[in-house]
Design a protein around this ligand. Structure first.
Ligand code: NAD
Ligand code: UDP
Ligand code: UDP
Length: 312
């Protein structure tokens, strides 16, 4: 079988760099497109000598004309501090970026997967969240540029599917962690590990009783590839995440134990619209993709801690 040409937008980021490796390892060609707003050149160094790897510096909110068979649309800052730094750019990336990639998929007849998010559900009033829950999002809050941008992107995906028969796949990603997270990214796993390794205070926002579920990156990337390989009638959305739910205090305690750190917890104000609890119901992905996460939190945290030790 001839190799596929796969476009990965946001390929220099945390998830994108793991996806580039997975696709190259399968023998396919990768065209990585990134504007380096939160991604890092260092993540692409291992691929630079591969004849199957090509990189284009480009902002997806501008049109892109290339020939590809599959598109993974990951371009977008994912951490609240980054997407709130330039909220208008976040909306351009999520909405205009999605429209451009859909226009590209329409012209080339490529399959296209959208990296959507559990933020679609906002601060959820239904727990755990199934794909049928329509969400509870504040449209004018600080998180709205991301949450509403990603919601509008899903709307565009389904309208291109209905109106133009574009072969869409929508993954709703829940909190994912692992090597290649940026140390200054601001997300909770990287913050706590970096603070623990440096002997700094562990910053708990609010009372630390809010919950999240953490999926290890290799499990998530496996879900992406399974989703892309489904038939054209399979669109999703699929929740992709690990259903094991913990509080931020428990996460901090786990990280202190695994690092052997003596760091103390410090309590800080809870950011606006911070969801109180979140847990994916992944029955649909179990049935439709034969997928479920395999890496326990403890094992994934050990790998992630080992990665941050090499950086610090
Ligand atoms: P990341 O910030 O590490 O990666 C995003 C990448 O997109 C970066 O390399 C960045 O430079 C690039 N980018 C941003 N705007 C761009 C633009 N306009 N044009 C081209 N490139 C652009 O984040 P990540 O964790 O790897 O997230 C990847 C995708 O997955 C995002 O779409 C995010 O919304 C989604 N997601 C991630 C998580 C998670 O837990 N990691 C959860 C839900 C959704
Ligand atoms: N587009 C792109 N690459 C392509 C085809 C389209 O970036 O190969 C962009 C195009 O510039 C437009 C968007 O995708 O802004 C949507 O394209 P579509 O064909 O759906 O809409 P139209 O161009 O008719 O407005
Ligand atoms: N959080 C925290 N300390 C930090 C960073 C985050 O307590 O240093 C909390 C944050 O308030 C949220 C949870 O951890 O309740 C997850 O935050 P993150 O930004 O990683 O992801 P998201 O809120 O988008 O799920």
């Amino acid at each position: 079988m001839s190799s596929k040409r796969v476009l990965i937008t946001g390929g220099a980021g945390f998830l994108g760099s793991h996806l580039c490796k997975k696709i190259l390892d399968a023998g396919d060609e990768v065209l990585c497109v990134d504007n380096f707003s939160t991604g890092r050149r260092a993540h692409l160094v291992p691929f630079q000598d591969s004849p199957n790897f090509e990189f284009v510096r480009h902002d997806v909110s501008f049109p892109l004309h290339v020939e590809v068979d599959e598109i993974y649309n990951l371009a977008c800052p994912a951490s609240p501090i980054h997407y709130q730094t330039d909220p208008v750019q976040t909306i351009k990336t999520t909405v205009i970026g999605a429209m451009n990639m859909l226009g590209l998929a329409k012209r080339t007849e490529a399959k296209i997967m959208q990296a959507s998010t559990s933020e679609i559900y906002g601060d959820p009033l239904v727990h755990p969240q199934t794909e049928t829950y329509l969400g509870n999002v504040n449209p004018i809050g600080l998180r709205a540029c991301y949450d509403e941008g990603k919601r509008c992107a899903e709307t565009l995906f389904f309208d291109y599917y209905r109106q133009h028969q574009v072969k869409i796949k929508v993954a709703r990603i829940f909190n994912t962690y692992g090597p290649h997270m940026h140390p200054d990214d601001g997300r909770v796993v990287s913050n706590f590990i970096v603070q623990a390794l440096r002997g700094e205070q562990i910053t708990i926002y609010g009372n630390g009783n809010q919950t999240r579920c953490f999926c290890y990156v290799s499990d998530l990337i496996d879900g992406f590839v399974r989703l892309m390989s489904t038939n054209v009638d399979v669109t999703g959305p699929f929740n992709l995440g690990n259903p094991v739910e913990i509080t931020m205090i428990e996460l901090a305690e786990n990280i202190l134990k695994l690092t052997g750190s003596k760091s103390k917890l410090v309590f800080m104000p809870l950011p606006q619209d911070d969801p109180k609890q979140r847990r994916p119901n992944i029955d649909k992905a179990r049935d439709g993709l034969d997928w479920e996460p395999k890496v326990p939190l403890r094992e994934g945290l050990k790998e992630t801690i080992a990665y941050f030790k090499t950086l610090l």
